[in-house]
Design a protein around this ligand. Structure first.
Ligand SMILES: Nc1ncnc2c1ncn2[C@@H]1O[C@H](COP(=O)(O)OP(=O)(O)OP(=O)(O)O)[C@@H](O)[C@H]1O
Ligand SMILES: [Mg+2]
Length: 313
């Protein structure tokens, strides 16, 4: 049980002190290598980039990897991020005053808890504004000064100039570009490199599944191919499906299949069960929440059609 004594110890044990030391298993073939190169070009030229792509195509992992490369080069530079929605306020970016200390001492530096944007600006780290187009225009406006002037005003305390290594990236979902809180024109004009990510090509996606599969779960190549065909079918059926399966769904299916195979091994079962017995069930379990059907279409029916088409039966 967590108590006051072991909380501090556990917290320090799990604290990510330096992103450059965090191992990141990333595949850099296909679109990812090109996207990374563009991020590096944006950094070198001082232009701010945006990654645009549907859920689960690798926007966050690419940013983390990029931030870790910068951290390795610049030593101890941090990576801060904030995922936006309508409830995000400017204070979530900048920070806020601790009410108890402020009551005692007033609006002094000591009472101020810095937010992730301010931290990145002070440390020269990377700040990722995730799902930026979900924030209201009021909150998006907080970013205008940091991006244009490399400075930011902190209420009651003054204005700070960002460290020269401060870098900003944002990520968003393309469908929502036309959503309620789309990116404000003022902010859009300050983002100058637009990097599109989509579902990767087959060999890249299979590599991603392999790299994310713990080594105790052994899945054969022919089995991976079948998993990929199920995932691919969700992306091709544009009549019934609004949001298809992401990379995460393929990884999940491979893990579940790998676990079945591991159990067979543990039980010393000689005759491996056919994949056609396991995979339909696994596909049902994973796809149920991994695809979004078009309005009026029943998700169960779509899944059965996909299974029938790709796995037969
Ligand atoms: N190039 C890659 N190399 C290794 N793993 C990857 C790669 N791209 C994606 N993944 C894996 O796919 C999953 C989804 O990636 P990630 O979280 O980066 O997607 P995202 O685009 O940020 O999704 P969301 O829009 O939902 O935030 C993660 O488990 C990640 O490890
Ligand atoms: Mg993400």
């Amino acid at each position: 049980m967590i108590n006051k004594q072991n909380f501090e110890e556990l917290f320090n044990q799990h604290l990510i002190k330096d992103i450059s030391e965090e191992p990141i298993d990333i595949v850099l073939s296909g679109q990812y290598g090109k996207a990374l190169e563009l991020l590096r070009d944006a950094e070198t030229t001082g232009l701010f980039p945006s990654l645009v792509g549907p859920p689960g195509v690798g926007k966050t992992i690419l940013c983390r990897y990029f931030a870790s490369l910068r951290a390795k080069e610049n030593k101890n530079r941090s990576f801060n991020w904030l995922t936006m929605d309508e409830s995000i306020k400017p204070s979530h970016f900048i920070g806020s005053f601790d009410p108890a200390i402020t009551l005692k001492k007033g609006f002094v530096l000591e009472a101020f808890n810095p937010g992730p944007l301010l931290n990145a600006m002070l440390e020269g780290g990377t700040f990722l504004a995730n799902e930026i187009n979900r924030a209201t225009e009021y909150s998006q406006n907080t970013l205008l000064e940091p991006l244009e002037e490399a400075s930011i005003g902190i209420p009651h305390l003054g204005r700070i100039k960002a460290d020269k290594d401060f870098f900003f990236i944002c990520a968003m979902n393309p469908e929502e570009l036309s959503g309620t809180h789309r990116l404000s024109e003022a902010l859009k004009d300050r983002i100058k490199v637009w990097i599109k990510l989509t579902y990767p090509d087959k060999s890249t996606e299979l590599d991603i599944i392999r790299i994310n599969l713990p080594e105790q779960f052994i899945v054969e190549e022919s089995e991976l191919e079948l998993i990929y065909s199920v995932i691919k079918e969700t992306r091709q059926n544009k009549v019934d499906i609004e949001i298809p399966a992401s990379i995460r769904a393929g990884i999940a299916m491979a893990k579940l299949l790998g676990r079945r195979r591991q159990i067979e091994k543990e039980k010393k079962i000689k005759e491996k069960e056919s994949i056609y017995v396991y995979l339909p069930e696994i596909a049902r379990n994973v796809l149920l929440g991994s695809i979004k059907p078009k309005p009026g279409v029943k998700v169960e029916n779509v899944i059965e059609n996909i299974i029938h088409k790709t796995l037969g039966g």
